[in-house]
Design a protein around this ligand. Structure first.
Ligand code: MLT
Length: 408
């Protein structure tokens, strides 16, 4: 008799974004309307950079020739892409990240959950609240939490509330935790950490021999030069942090799929006998066994992000979405909403008015004006009473959505 992984039975609801899509579909079918603007999931809308298209087209043609055909690539990614990343994303910012420390993958969502493969089951874990739901759900699925409480939190996890009172900045936990997930610029609140804020976390991790899982998927949206783009800008971080990066949001690769994870060679974990164990060989072994790499064509597209033309086009995309965020923030503030984020991140975090719940506000906006956002409570208990709007959409849709909301 086949047994299931009962940890899955602890999950409270469907994954947030498919759940929203299901509700929107049901609403539009029963009301026979297609006039809905979707600012829910953070999915890009603008065409890929031409530099990437050209590079992928060329790579595809190469593959159609005997000389240019490529079979399996290295599981860790091609060295020419890892070298470009090392140079442009790290060395240029004073971070000594070597190409070998960079592992190319098909997404940060997968990497941030797959990383649990190399980490022990008994680690204590902290997440911010609200949080990108993948971190929590993947810990639940792998049996690293207890059951869900009535309020939807999971036993055994440490939740670090981020809210208006603390400017959406997580406080260092009072108890010792072994693993901390930090996502900055933050999804969903759009908050950022300064170097000083981040240094406190690095110091905490070094003191407690903890590991920081740093998700920097939105670093390209940073406008303020003082905000760090990588945790490795902080001294000591190579001894305590793994960083996740993605081409999804900067180069519009959500449908193309390419990302990378940095596992520094110096990074240590511990065996149950307290022996020091290098994490790099474990991740390398995990990827070599369970992953066959990202396609040559896609990696060529990612490489083009670092060409002069590619950089210019990516900057154009970022500016475009950040202009959307600015328009949204301004209009919503004029309409009297309390609004956060949107300055160094493509997400606007709204305080829900009139003591409505996040889901009430979701239904209200959908039914009243046909605008879809993400209920803050979907990101965690402390997200209740907030609502996230994504700046990833066409200018026309953003303007239309804002007009609809301010004219309610
Ligand atoms: C989001 O809307 O939070 C993002 O699309 C999530 C993701 O990148 O997987």
């Amino acid at each position: 008799m086949v047994q299931v992984n009962e940890n899955y039975l602890k999950l409270k609801a469907g994954y947030l974004f498919p759940e929203i899509a299901k509700r929107v579909k049901k609403y539009s079918q029963s009301n026979q309307t297609s006039n809905i603007i979707k600012l829910g999931i953070g999915d890009v809308t603008e065409p890929l950079p031409k530099a990437c298209i050209d590079a992928m087209g060329k790579a595809l043609n190469e593959m159609g020739t005997s000389e240019g055909f490529m079979g399996y690539g290295p599981e860790q990614g091609y060295s020419w892409l890892r070298e470009k990343i090392s140079e442009h994303d790290f060395i240029s910012r004073g971070c000594e990240i070597l190409p070998e420390e960079i592992f190319i993958s098909d997404g940060s969502k997968c990497d941030s959950s797959n990383i649990l493969d190399i980490l022990g089951k008994d680690n204590s874990i902290a997440v911010t609240d609200p949080v990108y739901p993948v971190y929590v759900d993947s810990n639940v699925m792998t049996g690293r939490t207890g059951n869900a409480n009535e309020n939807g939190t999971y036993q055994g996890l440490t939740y670090l509330a981020i809210n208006e009172e603390n400017d959406f900045l997580p406080e260092i936990p009072k108890n010792k935790v072994d693993i901390v997930y930090l996502c900055f610029p933050n999804n969903p609140t759009g908050a950022t950490l300064t170097k000083e804020d981040l240094k406190k976390w690095v110091d905490y991790a070094l003191q407690n021999k903890s590991l920081i899982l740093f998700d920097a998927a939105y670093e390209a949206f940073i406008q303020d030069n003082h905000i760090p783009h990588s945790i490795y800008e902080i001294e000591g971080a190579k001894d305590c942090a793994i960083e996740f990066r993605s081409f999804s949001k900067n180069a519009g690769f959500t449908g193309v799929r390419c990302a990378y994870t940095v596992v520094p060679k110096k990074l240590l974990g511990f065996s149950s006998k307290n022996e020091e164990i290098d994490l790099w060989p474990l991740w390398n072994r995990r990827q070599s066994t369970k992953f066959n790499g990202v396609s040559y064509i896609v990696q060529k597209g990612a490489e083009a992000v670092y060409s002069q033309e590619g950089k210019k086009e990516v900057r154009g995309l970022i500016n475009f979405y950040m202009e959307n965020a600015k328009i949204m923030k301004n209009k919503l503030q004029i309409a009297g909403y309390k609004v956060y984020g949107g300055e160094n991140a493509p997400y606007i975090w709204i305080k829900v008015p009139n003591k409505m719940t996040s889901w009430d506000f979701f239904d209200f906006l959908l039914q009243k004006v046909g605008v879809v956002g993400t209920p803050g409570s979907g990101f965690g208990l402390s997200g209740e009473g907030y609502f996230r709007l994504s700046a990833f959409n066409s200018r026309a849709n953003v303007i239309d959505a804002m007009e609809r909301i301010i004219n309610i």
